[in-house]
Design a binder for this molecule. Structure first.
Ligand code: ATP
Length: 142
């Protein structure tokens, strides 16, 4: 079908989604991107955030943790470390992950010596947690 897209979201664990969509949006590092059928080929690096698509007249939303998107031949392939549909997001788990990451960032900042502190890792964990909460909130509010 020339006027539809195939959307595949793949993590190291599984194919999270393999479906047909009429439009897809995702969080590219340089801003939100929308893809319609017949889009020019491209590759984009992704931020953690919301991927949304229209399928059968319905909008569906998912969390993706970053990675890459490739658009080619009416197919959007997203390769990401972690992804789940908005409805599967455990908001309490995300809140605990955000709290842990904030504590780590606070402790790391005040640390004079000892173990080297992985600031980027803690910051990325905080961003994933906050984005999961945002994606879940948005989709619950409709
Ligand atoms: P946590 O510390 O809670 O595990 P994390 O950011 O380290 O969070 P990820 O590495 O992004 O977790 O994901 C690991 C796996 O757990 C993935 O399969 C992901 O889909 C799932 N996952 C992580 N957080 C949540 C959540 N809040 N709700 C649902 N699934 C989640």
């Amino acid at each position: 079908m020339a006027d539809a897209l195939t959307l595949r979201v793949i993590t190291p664990e599984k194919i999270v989604i393999d479906t047909t969509a009429s439009a897809v949006t995702f969080p590219a590092l340089d801003g939100g991107m929308g893809v319609l059928p017949r889009h020019a080929p491209m590759v984009a690096a992704l931020d953690a955030g919301q991927l949304a698509f229209e399928a059968g007249g319905e909008r569906q939303e998912m969390f993706i943790s970053g990675g890459f998107a490739e658009v080619r031949d009416n197919t959007v392939r997203v390769v990401t470390e972690a992804s789940e549909p908005a409805s599967d997001i455990d908001v309490e788990r995300a809140a605990s992950a955000a709290k842990r990451a904030r504590e780590r960032l606070g402790a790391g900042k005040n640390q004079a010596d000892g173990e080297p502190f992985d600031f980027l890792r803690a910051e990325a964990a905080l961003r994933r947690a906050l984005m999961r909460k945002l994606v879940a909130d948005r989709s619950r509010r409709g």
